[in-house]
Design a binder for this molecule. Structure first.
Ligand code: HEC
Ligand code: HEC
Length: 379
């Protein structure tokens, strides 16, 4: 009897020991990724706080609406519909060969896939064409923010010799000769008369319907936490913390819509572009460019105002370096315009694995494109 008691007792004790041992080891060896996963499986308000320096303006990440159908307005709203025809019509250019869509091509995420834009007479500009996806979010347009409305923005590409080379004041007259347009303007504005204001209003209406679609990132943000691989969860965490990206790329569109110098100004060198300084003439604005949205990133290459990067590993390596500046020479010390790289950039010390995870996360920001067919141009 006694022996049996002892045996049963031993089994119970061993059982308890092994139970608590597995429990213990599970806690100790629970992988880092698992704990990250559980942290990011909570609601967003309970996520680890992002690493943001004082003074940086940011907002929390968020999903964009899943079923945004604003693009379908171009079928229903007559002003938007008119804008769509104008956007795709090469008759808006002096040579009748170049339309807005030559550079902002819906098949190429509403940009042109080129390092630098190519326009009238095959002349090159000096900047990378911006994608028009989600352009409605920006209070200031262009890389340097020089336009504060679509109406004033569009005069530039229309008239620039290296873009569409059109004599803008005569554009209304030119379009008025086209029967199809008379009818479209009549429908949109109640009269067939055509002037620049009406053209601008229609193009604006159309451009603000150009939006990106929901992505895997949005699914994750909406609570579908199985959507991300372990590397993507780790990359999200790095983006928000150690890699410091959230200091400038935040909110639902991953941009603060503000201006920063990340060190690509080429001051006093061949490809110099002073960016925001050209507009404000403030020394601290030398080399500042508008922070781009990171949505649809994979499709908007090459990246940066000068199309410098074609792969995300390169971009991540650049940020990882912190873009250190050499000590200033005497001449530079006395130059009030000498560019200052943004104080929000710092060396990041990311490991190879962390760089890979960050890139994995960035790739979740690209979704399935909405394919838009070019409309038949009015004759
Ligand atoms: C030759 C190529 C080309 C053509 C044609 C062209 N664009 Fe652009 N577009 C660009 C480039 C390059 C930029 C960025 C320029 C800069 O920042 O200095 C840009 C920027 C823009 C922006 C600002 C986007 C932002 O994120 O701030 C808008 C809006 C825009 N274009 C609309 C138009 C419209 C409307 C037309 C037709 C009337 C047009 N573009 C024709 C190349 C072109
Ligand atoms: C100090 C603010 C700031 C921080 C921090 C920052 N960015 Fe940027 N980012 C910018 C600005 C400004 C640009 C455009 C610069 C230019 O064209 O000269 C940019 C451009 C980019 C682009 C190119 C996008 C395009 O459409 O051309 C990518 C990709 C990018 N950043 C990713 C990141 C990642 C990843 C991190 C974190 C490792 C990060 N950024 C941190 C401000 C910042």
């Amino acid at each position: 009897m006694r022996k049996t008691y002892l045996a049963v007792g031993a089994i119970i004790v061993l059982g308890m020991m092994s139970f608590s041992y597995t429990n213990y080891s599970a806690q100790v060896f629970k992988s880092y990724t698992d704990s990250l996963r559980s942290l990011y499986s909570r609601s967003i308000s309970q996520w680890p706080q992002p690493t943001i320096d004082s003074g940086a303006v940011w907002s929390e990440m968020a999903a964009i609406p899943k079923d945004d159908t604003s693009w379908s307005k171009s079928d229903k709203d007559p002003v938007t519909r008119l804008g769509m025809f104008l956007f795709f019509d090469p008759k808006l250019s002096g040579s009748n060969q170049i339309s807005c869509s030559s550079c902002h091509d819906p098949d190429l995420a509403w940009q042109d896939g080129r390092v630098i834009a190519l326009g009238n007479d095959h002349l090159q500009g000096n900047r990378n064409t911006q994608s028009l996806l989600n352009v409605f979010i920006y209070p200031k347009l262009f890389w340097d923010g020089r336009a504060t409305s679509f109406e004033s923005q569009m005069v530039e590409p229309l008239s620039a010799h290296h873009e569409m080379n059109m004599d803008v004041p005569t554009l209304g007259e030119k379009l008025a000769k086209i029967k199809g347009y008379q009818a479209l303007f009549e429908k949109a504005y109640g009269s067939p008369e055509i002037d620049f204001d009406k053209i601008a209003k229609a193009l604006t209406a159309f451009q603000t319907t150009i939006k990106s679609r929901s992505t895997r990132f949005d699914k994750f943000m909406s609570g579908d936490h199985d959507e991300f691989t372990d590397d993507e969860v780790a990359g999200l965490h790095l983006f928000r913390t150690k890699a410091r990206c959230m200091n400038c790329h935040s909110g639902p569109y991953l941009t603060d819509t503000s201006f920063h110098n990340i060190g690509l100004t080429y001051y006093k060198r061949k490809f110099e572009d002073l960016g925001r300084y050209n507009i404000t003439k403030k020394n601290e604005d030398v080399g500042r460019f508008r922070t781009p949205s990171l949505r649809e990133l994979e499709r908007t290459r090459p990246w940066m105002h000068n199309g410098l990067f074609d792969n995300l590993e390169g971009v991540v390596n650049m940020y990882n370096s912190g873009m250190p500046q050499k000590p200033k020479t005497e001449e530079q010390k006395n130059d009030p315009m000498f560019p200052q790289t943004d104080r929000l950039l710092k060396p990041l010390n990311l490991t190879q694995q962390e760089k890979k995870q960050l890139v994995a996360f960035l790739n979740t920001l690209t979704g399935v494109p909405y394919r838009m067919r070019r409309p038949e141009i009015p004759k």
